[in-house]
Design a binder for this molecule. Structure first.
Ligand code: PLP
Length: 577
């Protein structure tokens, strides 16, 4: 008996479950189904000993959701509790019915896939007739279709973690951590400049079946079988990102920004070659030659930095250094630089000294795609970036390059420095790149910059000095020394953390304190802008910050700000709960 098709009787599998009040009726219904030629999955209970109906309702719902059975039958005393339980399983529409008409309508209009009976309220013969009507009927579609879609959508819109919901099965310790982390993200302010809230679609694909796949190699040139869909997903990501940046070639496999940079160096350099990058304490990244990073150990990095006068990149000094050291590669890009980076002077210097030019756009990739900051692709030989910061995709890295470097870059990623790509991350990158192509993404990037400028102004009015005096991008750097010479970046970060304001301490140019302590704080606006906050909320955030940092040891002040932060966050939830 397939829905409305009695000729296909043998093909139907029906799952049945009941509590102690319903098991006898369940057994009679099962017997009837067997006689009618159905396959029966009996999930119990099978005796009068008291049990909890939610366990059996959920078991029936899960059997249908997992397609172990096509339809489900659930019985308890009233038919109500077990229907509520079964209906909690995603994809299940459970209906309590009383007669043939309600049973038929439950399928015709509501496409119910679990039918529920109250053993204490319905005569067994009527229940059997109603079950027959349920199985015979089929969904009518038409006007009922959009209504069903609405039902399915309830509680789903904007819900992030399908992945998290998958994880929330059978690991109570991890469930607790997931819930706690979601709560933290929902109730505190996320001002770490490198973070964002990925969309529900990106989150879902990150937690998708692509995590099960191995696909060493590149689309249509794999070392493993079964890659037809992985190929298509990776190709989508490649095509989309090439289009967004106007790049000749893209490699979307790097597991992170650091991996992207390491692969780019492997492609462009030999061990011991001279390279120029921005100094770490002027805003460069670890992977731009820090002695504690492989880049600094394997290559001979020479650092350029900022002018003392206005704390902007000193392009002239950079050119002088290049003439002196004749690097094979010059790296532009930063992790804590609040101003626009102009790729043109770098290209000119590279041409003059015969160096290749790499632009690390990790932080500002989203701003570039939106046209808010200049695109380095027409100038650079290689552009690397992370996909999870302003780009708002999944965690990961990507490399763009000219055709001239394509082969070298691909070999440097695989097999040079990575094995199998993270196919789930690659697929989620494709989704993130599609989102970045939408017009609202450009508007979002402009709002990030507007919010950062508003936050900078408001912080200035509370007496904070900002490195470079302000910002042109998504981040700003506070020099705490003028606000309170004794307040370190570390102490400030900890006090703000306690007040629900999450950010990171950061070295300021020529910081007298160690990188672990620092005299600065970095703040970024990508996350709060994704939440929909505006300049007026930026003014509030600046006021919270000033209040806490004026009294970093005052638990009363911290508690009060934390409560106000939670209230602000509640008005701008990043996800539906
Ligand atoms: N490059 C720059 C400029 C960055 O700011 C970062 C990360 O913050 C990276 C590279 C490294 O990215 P990941 O943390 O994904 O390795």
């Amino acid at each position: 008996m397939t829905h409305g098709d009695p000729s296909a009787a043998q093909t139907m599998v029906v799952a049945l479950g009941a509590d102690h009040a319903g098991w006898e009726l369940k057994d009679r219904l099962a017997q009837h189904l067997r006689t009618a030629g159905c396959d029966v999955v009996d999930l119990g209970t099978n005796g009068p000993a008291p049990v909890d109906y939610p366990d059996y309702g959920a078991a029936v719902g899960e059997a249908v959701a997992a397609r172990t059975a096509e339809l489900g039958v659930a019985v308890c005393g009233s038919g109500i509790g077990i229907a509520i339980a079964a209906g909690k399983v995603p994809g299940i529409r459970a209906a309590t019915v009383h007669d043939e008409t309600s049973a038929r309508l439950a399928r015709q209009h509501n496409d119910a896939n679990v039918v529920c009976f109250g053993a204490r309220l319905i005569d067994p013969k009527l229940a059997i007739a109603a079950l027959g009507a349920f199985l015979e009927a089929s969904f009518e579609g038409g006007r009922h279709e959009p209504r069903l879609r609405k039902i399915d959508g309830i509680g789903r819109a904007g819900t992030p973690p399908r992945a998290a919901r998958w994880a929330q099965r059978g690991d109570p310790e991890m469930d607790t951590l997931l819930d706690a982390e979601l709560e933290r993200q929902m109730t505190t302010l996320q001002l770490i400049a490198s973070e964002n809230f990925a969309s529900p679609a990106v989150m879902a694909v990150t937690g998708s079946v692509f995590t099960n796949k191995y696909s060493e190699g590149y689309p249509r040139r794999r070392y493993y079988g079964g890659n037809v869909h992985a190929d298509a997903a990776e190709q989508l990501a490649i095509d989309r990102i090439k289009e967004l940046f106007g790049a000749e070639h893209a490699n979307v496999q790097p597991h992170s920004g650091s991996q992207a940079n390491a692969a780019a160096y492997l492609a462009l350099l030999d061990i011991g070659d001279t390279v120029m990058g921005m100094s770490l304490d002027h805003g460069g990244h670890l992977t731009h030659g820090s002695p504690v990073n492989a880049s600094g150990k394997l290559y001979d990095f020479v650092s350029y930095g900022l002018t003392r006068s206005d704390e902007r990149i000193d392009y002239e000094a950079m050119a002088e250094l290049a003439r002196e050291h004749r690097p094979k590669l010059i790296v532009a890009g930063a992790t804590a630089y609040p101003r626009r980076i102009d790729p043109k002077p770098f290209r000119e210097v590279c041409d003059e000294v015969g160096a290749a030019f790499m632009f690390d756009a990790a932080h500002i990739a989203g701003l570039i795609v939106a046209g808010v900051h200049p695109n380095p692709v027409p100038f650079a030989d290689v552009v690397t970036f992370t996909t999870h910061k302003t780009m708002r995709g999944p965690r990961g890295g990507t490399i763009l390059c000219t055709q001239e470097y394509a082969k070298r870059i691909d070999s440097a990623v695989f097999p040079g420095s990575q094995g199998g790509p993270l196919d789930h991350a690659v697929a989620a990158k494709a989704v993130g790149f599609a989102e970045a192509a939408r017009p609202d993404f450009a508007a979002y990037q402009s709002r990030i910059v507007t919010n950062a400028a508003a936050l900078a102004d408001a912080l200035g009015s509370h007496g904070f000095r900002l490195v470079t005096g302000g910002t042109d991008n998504h981040l700003l750097l506070i020099d705490l020394r003028t606000f309170d010479p004794d307040l370190t970046g570390k102490a400030a970060q900890e006090a703000l953390d306690a007040a629900g304001i999450t950010l990171n301490r950061n070295a300021i140019p020529d910081d007298p304190r160690s990188p672990f302590v620092t005299s600065g704080l970095r703040m970024g606006t990508p996350s709060v802008t994704t939440q929909g906050m505006t300049p007026s909320e930026m003014a509030q955030i600046a006021e919270f910050t000033a209040r806490v940092l004026k009294a970093p040891d005052d638990v009363g002040v911290i508690a009060q700000v934390r409560a106000e932060v939670a209230e602000l966050c509640a008005a701008f939830p990043p996800y539906d709960r």
